[in-house]
Design a protein around this ligand. Sequence first.
Ligand code: ATP
Length: 273
Amino acid sequence: MKFERLRLTGFKSFCDSADFKIEPGLTGVVGPNGCGKSNLVEALRWVMGETSFKNMRGSGMEDVIFGGSGRRPSRNNAEVVLLLDNSDRRAPAPFNDAETIEVARRIEREEGSTYRVNGREVRARDVQLLFADASTGARSPSLVRQGQIGEIISAKPQARRLILEEAAGISGLHSRRHEAELRLKGAEDNLLRVDDVLKQLDVQIDSLKRQARQSSRYRNLAADIRRHEALDHLVAWREHEASFAEARRRLDADLIEVAERTRAQGEAARLQA
Ligand code: ATP
């Protein structure tokens, strides 16, 4: 991975925009104590996705923003842009279509960091992977800070293993394994939740089946009741029809008798007269 240029704006002691060219071969930065040499290396680490403010020698990540000096007020944001040469097209697929890759990290007070690669917003994880795949990164032993050589010599085997793994170019794989394990864990959690939901649904299915049985019994009974009620009405109607016919017959007989009596009464009246 070839670094071409580092641009700092508002980062630590770099209040104004500063362009730091990294030419082929050896590039040296010379200056008196406290002039900001280590800040440059920290800017490199930071843009690569450093998450620990302690590694930035601060008490919070916002300490990387220019905090003001005797003559200049403080700023509210800081940005570091790192330009990578990608002419041999060895970047990961999503970023591999450009000649130069521009990785930018920006921090705003109280809003946290955002990352962009070639102008497109990406996750911190994507930037970390981009560098891990090229065997470098914010925590990479290829970035050696003051006093670190001594630490490596006296380091435990486990810590030395990290250096060897990075030299073998497999740190990207480790990062990916970690991400894959997290996703796997997420998928397992989801499966457990699905199991819970399935159990709940089983309970609901049992209760719904019971309700469905009750409802079908209710429908059969209701149909029986309706049929019997209809039969009752039919029987009652027939009974009423019979008694109506009987009443009509009696009415006809009574009418005949009334006519007979009227005629007899007429006859009697005539005889009396
Ligand atoms: P040395 O040679 O002693 O290691 P150096 O050249 O590496 O020093 P740095 O440690 O990079 O210097 O820079 C320290 C300087 O950066 C200090 O002067 C400090 O005041 C300044 N500085 C650090 N953080 C900020 C900030 N947030 N805002 C303004 N200035 C800052």
